[in-house]
Design a protein around this ligand. Sequence first.
Ligand SMILES: [Fe+2]
Length: 213
Amino acid sequence: MNANFDALKLVQRVDIDEVVANSFKDYHVKGFDYLCMRRSPTETYKLYFFNGDVTRLPEVVNPHDHRYDFRTWTICGASENVWFDRDPKGERFERFEYRTKLNGGNGFSWAGTDYLKETLRGRFRPGDRYDMRAEDFHTIRIAENETVLMLLQKEDVVPVDKPTLTFTREKEPPSLDGLYSRFTADEVVKILSNFEERVGQGFRFHASMELVA
Ligand SMILES: [Fe+2]
C-alpha cells in the first residue's frame, strides 16, 4: 500500500470547511461519497469512495469527456478505465451535451448520434495511476467493493459556457436525480478517519483537521 502514500501526501493538509463546502455524499447514488480535498483554479484534489451501486452512476457508466485534463490514482480496491474513440465501425450512442446547472446550464440536451469504439482498457490496483486529456472519452468500472480513487483535476481547458459530452446507449439522458447532499464537518472527519485506518500507518488526523504524515 506504500505507493499510495506518495499520492496521498498531496492531500495531507485539508481545510475542513473547504472540504464541507465542496463535497457531496451519496453523489448520484447512495453510498458514493465524493470529497473535494483541496481546490484551486489549477489543481483540485478529489477523493471518491465507492461503496454503493456504482452501476447507477451516470458518469461511471456512460462514456464522457471533461472540462479539464486529470490524473487518477487507485488508492484502495481496483478499478478499470475504458477509453473510447469515434469510429464508424463502433457502437451507436446518443450524444448529449451537458451544461452544468452549477453554472446556470440546463443539464443534458440531445445533440445527435455517434459511433464509438473501445480502444483501450486498463486495470488499476492500489498505487497505479493514469492520465487523461479533457477531450478523451472514457468510462470507469469499479472492480472491487469499497474502492477509493483520487483525482487531480487540472485547470479548465473547456470554457464554462461550452458543453461537455456524454454518450448513452438509450435515448434518454442520464438521470441526475439527486440523492446527494452535503456533509457535516463531523461526517467528513469520520470518513477521513476511517480512510486513514484503512490505508494504515503513516497518516494522522489531527484536531486541527490536518492529515500529517
Ligand atoms: Fe470521467
